[in-house]
Design a protein around this ligand. Structure first.
Ligand SMILES: [Zn+2]
Length: 152
């Protein structure tokens, strides 16, 4: 097993590194053996000799490719979701985990709202997706800033 990072790109939005492992063949070639439900034929894999598999969940590393509050908040929502899903015993569990709905649902809704905003091409100075007419920064951006600021 070779541990490292599988790199994903959301063009114009962010780059995401997912902790990943590949099989090393007897000839020393990296071979991707993880099923790909979305059908990717190849992956970008960066080996990392400093990391090994411990059975504990490792969050993705997300880097925005431009300075925008929507992307910043999307990343914070994604990180908060992973934190809730991997709290305590959950970090070493696979598949379904039970977490309190009142904690996870607002985060999932925020992530979905932000993902839709970004996918629609909105920037943080554009009118908020909710239709209030106010700029995102002064509308949902303000409440998300408060919510995610408290969790870090
Ligand atoms: Zn709004």
């Amino acid at each position: 097993m070779q541990c490292g990072w599988q790199i994903w790109e959301w063009p114009q939005v962010m780059v995401e590194a997912e902790f990943h492992a590949v099989w090393v063949s007897p000839e020393g070639q990296f071979v991707e053996i993880t099923p790909k439900p979305h059908g990717e034929a190849t992956i970008l894999f960066v080996p990392d000799a400093r990391r090994s598999y411990t059975g504990i969940a490792v969050d993705n590393v997300r880097m925005p490719v431009r300075d925008d509050l929507l992307i910043c908040h999307f990343i914070k929502a994604s990180e908060a979701i992973v934190q809730v899903m991997n709290r305590g015993e959950c970090a070493s569990q696979y598949g379904h985990v039970s977490v309190p709905a009142h904690e996870i649902e607002p985060l999932m809704m925020a992530q979905s709202f932000l993902g839709q905003s970004i996918s629609s091409g909105l920037r943080d100075h554009d009118p908020c997706l909710c239709g209030s007419g106010g700029k995102y920064k002064r509308c949902h951006g303000r409440s998300f800033e408060l919510a995610f600021g408290q969790q870090q």
